[in-house]
Every structure is written in structure tokens, then in C-alpha cells.
Design a protein around this ligand. Structure first.
Ligand SMILES: [Zn+2]
Ligand SMILES: [Zn+2]
Length: 133
């Protein structure tokens, strides 16, 4: 059995922090217009983790959850103090967690996959080349 290291992340003001241990479900880099707006960047980096592999360390009560009006299932969460994106527990049974991976320094034991490759900005077009696949 592989021994997965414990990875941790925190928001900009350090109020909200968390940790997680692999194996991870999915690591997606998405360039779609919704992800670009949400992150203010060329793409979002989202790691999907099972809830029992995830732990809040601090600041759980300092989070603002955003749910886009239906029929969209677009969700996000951010720190109420600094506005950084933070993990969001989701799913009908609340058993999955979406981690905005930019706040984690360590490399996960999973390769990123491109999502919505065709939908991108004009100023950053080749994420595929950037991650080397
Ligand atoms: Zn913060
Ligand atoms: Zn997207």
C-alpha cells in the first residue's frame, strides 16, 4: 500500500487552514469562463478529495459559501476575512470536498487533467503545453 503524505493548505490571512491525505479522486485544471471569473485567473486548479481524507485545522466558522442559482451546480467557498478560495464540502451526502489547490504548496500524488480545454482566454491559450501533456 502506498503511504500518502499529509498535505496542507491555508488562505491568505491564515485564518482558515486544512489538511488532506491521498489517494485523491481527481485533480482538474479548468479554463472555463465561470472558473476564470471565480479565480480572477486563467484557470482554476481543483482537487477532489473524499470527506474522510480531509480535515479542517482552523477557521471553519469563517467561511462564506456560494451556490450559483439553479440549474447550475457551480459552488465555491471563500474566507470571510481575506476572500481567498477555501475548501468546500459538497454533494448530497456531503462526502466530497473540493480543494482550491493553489493554496497548497506540496505536489499531490496525482497528475492534473485539463477540463474545458476549448474554453479559454485569448491571453492564455495553451495550458496543455504548460503542464506537459
Ligand atoms: Zn483568509
Ligand atoms: Zn470551469
Amino acid at each position: 500500500m502506498t503511504n500518502y503524505k499529509k498535505l496542507s493548505g491555508q488562505c491568505l490571512c491564515e485564518n482558515v487552514s486544512w489538511s488532506m491525505t491521498g489517494p485523491f479522486d481527481f485533480f482538474g485544471l479548468c479554463q472555463c469562463s465561470l472558473c476564470r471569473k471565480l479565480t480572477g485567473s486563467g484557470f482554476a486548479s481543483n482537487l477532489f478529495v473524499k470527506f474522510d481524507q480531509f480535515q479542517w485545522i482552523s477557521g471553519k466558522e469563517n467561511i462564506f459559501n456560494f451556490d450559483m442559482p439553479k440549474p447550475s451546480n457551480f459552488i465555491s467557498a471563500s474566507c470571510k476575512t481575506c476572500g481567498s478560495r477555501v475548501p468546500r464540502i459538497f454533494g448530497r451526502s456531503k462526502k466530497k470536498v473540493l480543494i482550491p489547490y493553489g493554496s497548497t504548496v506540496d505536489v499531490p500524488e496525482i497528475q492534473p487533467t485539463l477540463v474545458c480545454y476549448e474554453d479559454h482566454t485569448k491571453w492564455f491559450t495553451d495550458l496543455k503545453k504548460a503542464i506537459g501533456n
